[in-house]
Design a protein around this ligand. Structure first.
Ligand code: FE2
Ligand code: FE2
Length: 160
């Protein structure tokens, strides 16, 4: 079931990427078909995840998120980054490096949230801005320049 969850999750993102490409090429109906299938793959992925039993209380889910992000920035990405550099693959090294830095940001944001919930505090009502280049996740307002990848403010979008 975990493999099926992974596969459906990947199919969802792959189809969304394919939809963007089709959109860019003016193939509107192909883009729509990719988006339709992507929605369906999400439903499959969520069905699988629910049956595996990985969706728990929000406090537990936040703990799981902290663990996952921490594993990524402490173990997974440092190893991948080393390999990419060894192989001289600069694009991969860039992608791993920015993801690594953003996972650290996520671990902090999730930690703050879980601490608030544990202490029966409401989470502060705050906006999140995402850098469309590197995924940096910023509280409050978009910075003039992304501190992780250097992209300008205009590359940030607000999370609904
Ligand atoms: Fe993350
Ligand atoms: Fe960025």
């Amino acid at each position: 079931m975990k493999d099926a969850f992974a596969g459906e999750s990947q199919a969802n993102r792959r189809y969304l990427a394919f939809a963007q490409k089709a959109e860019k090429d003016g193939l509107v109906q192909a883009a729509k078909l990719f988006r339709a299938a992507a929605e369906a793959e999400t439903i499959h992925a969520l069905n699988h995840l629910g049956i595996i039993g990985e969706i728990k209380s929000t406090t537990d889910n936040l703990d799981a998120a902290v663990s996952g992000e921490t594993f990524e920035f402490k173990k997974m990405y440092p190893k991948y980054l080393r390999l990419a550099k060894q192989e001289g693959n600069h694009q991969a090294a860039w992608s791993f490096d920015v993801a690594n830095k953003v996972e650290q940001v996520h671990a902090n944001l999730f930690s703050k949230a879980v601490e608030a919930l544990r202490n029966d505090r409401e989470l502060a009502k705050i906006d999140y801005y995402i850098c469309s280049v590197c995924g940096n996740t910023v509280e409050g307002t978009a910075p003039e320049k992304c501190p992780i990848c250097g992209a300008p403010k205009t590359k940030f979008f607000k999370v609904a």
